[in-house]
Ligand binder design. Structure first.
Ligand code: CMC
Length: 429
């Protein structure tokens, strides 16, 4: 009769141990009993970058990287992109179920009525240099929100948690758009509650002298779908930052500022910005082979390619390619799409990419759409952050309610010197 256990023989001592296997994992702390003797703290695992370590149980998103599957709370991403809205998907992520019509109305009402930020936030943004990166302004102003809502530190209070969730989902587009307006020297445009979540974001971004901004329906929907695609993605770098900082019981604004900072990096949410720079640098299809050769020589990475979990086509990239066509019917074709498609074709025939299972990820095509919609390149990571906000908050809430969770505190293998005595400065060689 097969048993759900793992038998381990420690060849240093000849002792045998039996470790329980649950959900395809062993508990790392079970290894501590494997010791050389008294004074030995027991066996640890070494896993830089967490390649093979589950840090939590989570019921929010599911990825099968070999098959290219992504689901939120069990619902395939393709169905949500086709039939849901960003705010409905946010509700699903945070509450576990799709809302009833009444629940959705109340959810949308609450978020719509928290979009305004305190006037002092404008003063913070005014203080940034004119060429400050919008993601830097975004990270800082999300952190600053914690000073406006001191009750946010009552993280065990369900009502307080709920209010901060409304505020964060509602205010991220406002902070993002204000950061953009500061960059381009335009007056801040205030939220318009008559518009949808994405319609209002487009209003705050692009409104100029018109009395009432009317978003283009196709672009409004395309942006909504892009936000759905970015809404959650299991324990990625920024989500781990959200959980890690949240595990010290910091308030959600501080934790989310940390998550957004993690997203900013070019290996994560900053990749969409890098893809556009790459495509512009390549400039024409005939220069693609030479560029790919440089990637293969290890000079730099091909941004928008590769993923820790997906070893097949990223399902989000497939949906984004389709949205691109719809957007281009309104905006006209972004000529960079031809270079991107050809770059993908050449890369996917090349053994370097095939053998390493490097496929286009969500960031490869998203920037081309954003650019066609007139978003400046440095706003791309900020758009990713708006989309990821409900996922970060859902993961933060799940972490707080999980009895297994503790403050994040990995172990280390110490490689420094043994004990030695302090040497007075005059005696140092
Ligand atoms: N271009 C060229 N080579 C690559 C790339 C790439 N984009 N990605 C991975 N490789 C190579 C890497 O050099 C290594 O080769 P070797 O085995 O010869 O040393 C091999 O593939 C495995 O790479 P890795 O760095 O061990 O893989 P990882 O799982 O640690 O990294 C990644 C995942 C996403 C950071 C990486 O693929 C990458 O840097 N991609 C470019 C940045 C990017 O597009 N990021 C967005 C990810 S999707 C959105 C998000 O969730 O953030």
């Amino acid at each position: 009769m097969p048993k759900d256990t793992l038998s381990v023989i420690d060849n240093r001592t000849g002792k045998q141990y039996e470790l329980p296997i649950e959900s395809g994992t062993i508990r790392a702390v079970d290894l501590r009993q494997i010791k050389l003797g008294d004074g030995d703290q027991g066996l640890e695992t070494y896993d830089p970058g967490f390649l093979n370590t589950a840090a939590c149980r989570s019921a929010i998103s599911f990825i099968d990287g070999d098959k290219g599957i992504l689901r939120y709370r069990g619902y395939p991403i393709e169905q949500l992109a086709e039939r849901s809205t960003f705010l409905e998907t946010a509700y699903l992520l945070l509450n576990g179920e799709l809302p009833s019509a009444a629940e959705l109305d109340s959810w949308v009402f609450n978020i719509t009525h928290h979009t305004i930020v305190h006037e002092s936030i404008k003063k913070f943004i005014d203080g940034f240099h004119h060429d400050a990166h919008p993601m830097g302004m975004f990270v800082s102003t999300v952190a600053a929100l914690s000073t406006f809502y001191p009750e946010a530190k009552h993280i065990q209070d369900e009502t307080s948690r709920r209010n901060q969730i409304f505020r964060l989902i509602a205010k991220t587009p406002t902070l993002a758009a204000f950061a953009h307006r500061h960059s381009v020297g335009l007056p801040y445009a205030y939220p318009d509650n008559d518009l949808s979540y994405t319609g209002n974001f487009l209003n705050m971004m692009f409104k100029t002298t018109e009395v009432k901004y009317t978003p283009n329906k196709t672009l409004e929907r395309a942006l909504d779908v892009l936000l759905i695609l970015h809404a959650d993605h299991e324990q990625n770098c920024s989500t781990s930052a959200m959980r890690g900082v949240g595990s010290s019981h910091a308030d959600p604004y501080s934790a989310m500022a940390a998550a957004a900072a993690a997203l900013y990096g070019p290996l994560h949410g900053g990749a969409n910005e890098e893809v556009l720079r790459t495509l512009r640098e390549i400039g024409s299809k005939d220069r693609i082979p030479a560029y790919i050769d440089r990637v293969k020589r290890g000079e730099f990475r091909l941004f928008g390619f590769g993923h820790r979990i997906y070893k097949n086509y990223d399902p989000r990239a497939t949906i984004i390619k389709r949205i691109a066509e719809e957007v281009f019917e309104v905006t006209g074709k972004n000529p960079l799409i031809d270079i991107a498609v050809e770059l993908e074709r050449i890369a996917l025939q090349d053994d370097y990419f095939v053998s390493r299972k490097l496929y286009p990820n969500v960031d490869f095509y998203s920037g081309i759409i954003y650019e066609a919609m007139k978003f400046p390149i440095d706003m791309f990571p900020v758009l990713f952050a708006i989309g990821r906000t409900p996922g970060w908050l859902a993961q933060w809430q799940e972490m707080l309610l999980d009895k297994d969770q503790k403050i994040a505190r990995p172990r280390q293998i110490y490689t420094g010197p043994d004990k030695r005595d302090y040497v007075a400065i005059e005696n140092r060689g």
